[in-house]
Each structure stands twice: as structure tokens, then as C-alpha cells.
Design a protein around this ligand. Structure first.
Ligand code: GFB
Length: 318
């Protein structure tokens, strides 16, 4: 990409898209195109075609997606598959029709089998059944990455697909039921502390292990890939992660300390655990010269600061 390239960030208000936008603007790219959901509904094919026809972006980051935590994925499977498939079909096809030079599609580590050997290598894709709680979302993301591959093979496009691990950071969704675990922990511990509660209820057993990547690191990785690598180097998919995982119990203790809650944690085992472990093998990306920079503690501290700032809250800590 050149600093004056026409770059479209689809989904620029979400956790991932807003981080990519910050990264691009911070690096001096001054021709970045964005549209809010109200201005452009990516589920509407004709609107997407018209947008690409008019704007002619040269590079596209496809970060728009319907996402959520374990409960949202399990509760709204029809919405998750419909929305994500529509956006992928419309944007990828329009990118081909209107000559986009390179598109980067963001998937998710839940595309891999529920019981994949750890750490998960890219080639484990479709080698065994998926985790049922997020099968609908995973199916849509698998369709998206396959679509990119098939367009590359048939039409010679340059569309690359990246699979990030669990992400967190500024601009996340803090909905009490629909959000992912890290924002849920921040929100629950913060509320409990300011309301003087003695305990907080978390979901599942706390035994599952997850890998967390600070979203600004993800943004750094995708801009790096967009600038230096093509589909011919990357292949069908490439993992993006921090290379380390942690149990949900350990994570809860870390966030609890950071937020300053001193009460008890209760585990509600009627809620699902999801996949037991999800640690990506990031050796392919590491060999290309990229490594995660932000430690988990530092990422949590920055995220909690942003949470308080965004909501106009006083941290209320000495
Ligand atoms: O982040 P999370 O919702 O999704 O949950 P997944 C991770 C783990 O944290 C699960 C536990 O074992 C949850 O049971 N957990 C404990 C909680 N307390 C809470 C809580 O208060 N809220 C939430 N949300 N979880 C998602 C997929 O899977 O990961 C998506 O459903 C996507 O498709 C995303 O791939 C990255 O890590 O299990």
C-alpha cells in the first residue's frame, strides 16, 4: 500500500476495524474510506456493488462481521450465519468485480476443530468436527476463507485470509450476555466493586484455556501482511496470535486484581465451557517476521482504562 492508496476498512466501528483504522491513520495513510452501518448495509448486495463502483477501493480490510461471545453464538445461530455469509459474499464478490488489488479477510480461530491438537496449525482446518456452540459462525468464516481461495484460483485475485485468536481491547462490546469473556470480566468486576457486592458469578468451570491478543497487535499484524505478503506466500489461511494461553480461572484472577475487586468468584457450571483449549500455532507468521508485542497484563490495563474513559467512569482506585 502507498500512503495515498484508497483503502476501505469494512467494519471500522468494531473492535477490530477501529484498531485497523487507528493503525493506518497512525502510519500516515490518508485515503482511508469508511462507512457506518447506517450509511452502507453490507448485507445488501446492490448497495455494496454501488459502493465499490463509486469508490473503487484498491485495498480492502474485511473486518465487518456479526460477532459475540459463547452465549450469543449459541443463541443466535441463524443470525450469525446469515449475516456473516451475506457480508462475505457481497464484499468479496464486489472486490473481484471492481478490481481490488488486495483484500484481507478476517476469520476466527473457531474455524478449527473443537478437539484440535494444540497448538493449532493452519493445516488442521476441516480435519474434525467443530465446537457446537459456535458452529454457525465458524461455518460462515470457513465459507469466507474458501471463497477468497476459490476467487484467487479461478480469477487470479489476491485475497488473503487471517485467523486471529480471541481478541480484546478498546471499543469492545460490553453487553452483559452477548460479549466475550474479557469484556464480561471487566464489566462484572467493575460493577461489583463500585456497588460493593461480595461476589461475582462467572460462567462454566473456569477450566477452559484461551489465548488472548491485544487488538492493536492484531492491527499491526494485518497491516504488515497487507504490505509484505501475497496469497502466494500466505496460502489458504494464516494464524495470528500471541503464542501463549491461560485458563479462564487465571484470567479472572488477573482481571479481578486489575479492577480492584476483592470479593469471591462463583462458577455457574450450568453455563457452557465451549472448546476446552484454543491456542494457535503462530510459527508461520513468526517466520515471516511478526511477533506480538503487548503482554496480557498491559493489554488488560489499557483496556480497563479505555472502558472507564469511554463510559465516563471514574476508576475510583487509589
Ligand atoms: O469469550 P467467550 O464468550 O467465547 O468465552 P469462546 C470464553 C470462556 O469464558 C468460556 C467463559 O469457557 C466461557 O464459559 N466465561 C466465564 C465467560 N464467564 C464468562 C462471562 O461472563 N461471559 C462470557 N462470554 N464468557 C467465542 C466464539 O468462543 O470466541 C466465537 O463463540 C469466537 O465464535 C470467539 O470464535 C473468539 O472463546 O468460547
Amino acid at each position: 500500500m502507498q500512503l495515498d492508496s484508497r483503502i476501505y476498512v469494512a467494519g471500522h466501528r468494531g473492535l477490530v476495524g477501529s484498531a485497523i483504522l487507528r493503525q493506518l491513520q497512525g502510519s500516515g495513510y490518508f485515503n482511508v474510506i469508511t462507512r457506518s452501518h447506517k450509511e452502507l448495509d453490507l448485507e445488501r448486495q446492490q448497495d455494496v456493488e454501488d459502493f465499490f463502483y463509486m469508490q473503487r477501493p484498491e485495498y480492502v480490510f474485511l473486518a465487518a462481521a456479526r460477532v459475540g461471545g459463547i452465549w450469543a453464538n449459541q443463541t443466535y445461530p441463524a443470525e450469525f450465519i446469515y449475516s456473516n455469509l451475506s457480508v462475505e459474499v457481497n464484499v468479496v464478490h464486489a472486490a473481484f468485480r471492481y478490481g481490488v488489488k488486495k483484500l484481507l479477510f478476517l476469520g476466527s480461530s473457531c474455524i478449527y476443530p473443537k478437539l484440535a491438537p494444540q497448538p493449532i496449525k493452519e493445516e488442521y482446518l476441516l480435519s474434525a468436527p467443530l465446537e457446537p456452540t459456535n458452529e454457525a459462525y465458524a461455518m460462515a468464516k470457513i465459507a469466507g476463507l474458501k471463497m477468497c481461495r476459490y476467487y484467487n484460483e479461478q480469477y487470479g485475485t489476491n485475497f488473503i485470509s487471517v485467523m486471529p485468536t480471541n481478541l480484546f481491547g478498546p471499543n469492545d462490546n460490553y453487553h452483559p450476555e452477548n460479549c466475550h469473556v474479557l469484556p464480561a470480566l471487566i464489566c462484572k468486576f467493575h460493577d461489583a466493586r463500585v456497588m460493593g457486592k461480595t461476589d461475582v458469578t462467572l460462567w462454566g468451570t473456569g477450566e477452559p484455556r484461551r489465548e488472548f491478543l491485544y487488538v492493536d497487535d492484531l492491527a499491526d499484524a494485518v497491516v504488515f501482511l497487507m504490505n509484505h505478503y501475497d496469497y502466494s506466500d500466505v496460502g489458504e489461511v494464516i494464524n495470528i496470535g500471541a503464542g501463549k494461553d491461560i485458563s479462564i480461572k487465571e484470567l479472572a484472577e488477573l482481571v479481578k486484581r486489575n479492577v480492584g475487586f476483592e470479593g469471591r468468584i462463583i462458577w455457574d457450571t450450568s453455563k457452557p465451557d465451549g472448546t476446552p483449549r484454543k491456542l494457535l500455532d503462530v510459527s508461520k507468521l513468526n517466520r515471516m517476521g511478526w511477533h506480538a508485542k503487548t503482554g496480557l497484563q498491559e493489554g488488560i490495563r489499557r483496556t480497563y482504562d479505555c472502558y472507564c474513559r469511554e463510559l465516563g467512569l471514574d476508576k475510583g482506585l487509589e
